[in-house]
Design a protein around this ligand. Structure first.
Ligand code: NBP
Length: 480
């Protein structure tokens, strides 16, 4: 039979997605640059369903039913361009080429525009959830034309994760919208992980609790508002004991966090759009600092400051304060990430339903969490807040943060006093206080800018643009 869908690029992600398609009853064409991976997939997992393997790209394309749907799962960047070029020469107008790799959304926009000129649909598709998600149900964020989603959507929805019966896949928006949203997803993931790490550090160095005990605490937290995949795996990582030394696993691992770049892209894009995503930025910077081995070694024991000791009278109350501060900071980080999505949508003309985005993040991805239901409710088109307002203005979240105030401030202030770094918690609180301030010191900055660069300013009491003759008699002139 002709295949319903094809996958080219059969490394871990591609082969698991191909198996997922096959297991869901789709006839699945498979192809890889070197045939060995294709053969291995058929030999090891041929029983998962109906596969149609091909050695050549031409045979692969010929094995597909029209309109052809071809998912590319190769290394992002040049390999993706090479494969697109090869396929584009073989397919016909109305066929659909999908890039499921971690592409930059700007590359996706470029590729979509180029293929559209040839009548080919190009769908940049964010796929989250790693190899486990690929096999058992990822969160899928497809962009591209609405037309392509008509035939592609049902297949992707079928293989995606499902939560409460709803697929974790929806058409995000045109051209690069899917990869943009996947990028912000990863940025939020960075922020979430950083905040969790700070909470751990506060409990470890601040309260002197053991990793095993903190693991239990995270296990408890996972039953409440913080219920999420990342909290759940944090509990497991903290309870892990190193087989060789008998020491807690977290104590034998080098404290330098790696990264592959999507967090950085999220922050770079936010800077381009002028959106303050301080929680995500601090998370990227914190990974950078952790990896700055020479700097840290030179500073350790030299730069003075408190040693992290925290006089804690009531440990249970402290633990609860940290939990609440974590939740409040997390809400801010998500609000900032969603602001970036609103800004991207406005800049690139995407009609993105943010409530639906939160809904498809509930399963099959790293930031899956119970509280995403609340975000979906907050942005419900019929009953939610007016777009593109900050998530913090949705009544549920306004209340949650209002109730968190005392704990959040005690934790951030105490951490500063004790000398424990909490860039994520502190940035979130500063952002919150900045957002709600009626007056910000930006007026002074406008004065400075006008002083040294004649950059002009606006007045609070009348329209127009003004400049003060700082180097003259300091009278005010109206410039527009
Ligand atoms: P890799 O990113 O390791 O890519 C390996 C695949 O790319 C192999 O099939 C390889 O073929 C193929 N390839 C390369 Br490299 N250069 C090629 C070229 N010039 N022409 C044709 N094929 C080429 O695989 P992965 O880890 O499965 O990830 C696939 C994509 O999914 C990436 O974009 C990744 O960022 C993204 N992603 C990964 C994860 C994850 O958890 N790993 C999660 C979400 C998204 P060969 O076998 O012939 O060398």
């Amino acid at each position: 039979p002709l295949a319903d869908i094809g996958v080219t690029g059969l490394a871990v992600m591609g082969s698991n997605l191909a198996r997922n398609f096959a297991r869901n009853g789709f006839v699945t064409a498979v192809h890889n640059r070197s045939y060995a991976k294709t053969k291995a997939l058929i030999d090891e997992h041929g029983g998962d369903g109906v596969f149609v393997p091909s050695e050549s790209a031409a045979d692969f394309v010929a094995s597909l039913a029209k309109p052809r749907k071809i998912l590319i799962m190769v290394k992002a960047g040049e390999p993706t361009d090479a494969v697109i070029e090869e396929l584009a020469a073989l397919v016909e107008p109305d066929d659909i080429i999908i890039d499921g790799g971690n592409a930059k959304f700007a590359d996706t926009r470029r590729r979509q525009a180029a293929l559209a000129e040839r009548g080919i649909h190009f769908v940049g598709c964010g796929v989250s959830g790693g190899e486990e998600g690929a096999l058992n149900g990822p969160s899928i964020m497809p962009g591209g034309s609405a037309k392509s989603y008509e035939s592609l959507g049902p297949i992707l929805e079928r293989i995606s994760a499902h939560v409460d019966g709803a697929p974790c896949c929806t058409h995000i928006g045109t051209d690069g919208a899917g990869h943009f949203v996947k990028m912000v997803h990863n940025g939020i993931e960075y922020a979430d992980m950083q905040l969790i790490a700070e909470a751990y550090d506060l409990l470890r160095r601040g309260a002197g609790l053991s990793p095993a005990r903190i693991g239990q605490i995270f296990g408890e937290w996972n039953k409440g508002d913080l219920d999420s995949f990342l909290i759940e795996i944090t509990a497991q990582v903290l309870s892990q004991v190193d087989a060789e030394t008998g020491a807690p696993f977290v104590d034998v691992v080098v404290d330098a966090a790696g990264m592959k770049g999507t967090g950085t892209w999220t922050v770079q894009t936010a800077l381009d759009l002028g959106i303050p995503v301080s929680g995500i930025a601090e998370a990227v910077f914190a990974r950078g600092l952790s990896s700055a081995a020479a700097h840290r070694a030179a500073a350790a024991g030299v730069l003075p400051g408190p040693d992290g000791t925290w006089p804690i009278a009531d440990v249970d109350a402290f633990v609860e304060d940290v939990r609440i501060a974590l939740y409040a900071s997390k809400i801010v980080a998500y609000a900032q990430g969603l602001d970036e999505i609103f800004a991207g949508a406005a800049e690139y003309g995407w009609d993105i339903n943010v409530g639906a985005v939160a809904r498809i993040w509930r399963g099959g991805c790293i930031i899956r969490a119970k509280f995403l239901n609340r975000i979906t409710e907050a942005y419900d088109v019929s009953t939610g807040i007016e777009l593109p307002a900050s998530l913090l203005l949705a009544p549920y979240f306004t209340d949650a943060i209002a109730n968190a105030q005392d704990s959040w401030r005690r934790v951030v202030a105490g951490a500063a006093t004790a000398g424990l770094p909490t860039p994520g918690f502190a940035a979130a609180l500063s952002y919150y206080d900045g957002l709600r301030s009626e007056r910000l010191p930006a007026a002074l900055i406008q004065g400075q800018r006008d002083f040294f660069g004649a950059h002009t300013y606006q007045r609070v009491d009348k329209p127009g643009t003004f400049h003060t003759l700082w180097s003259g008699d300091r009278t005010e002139t109206q410039t527009a």
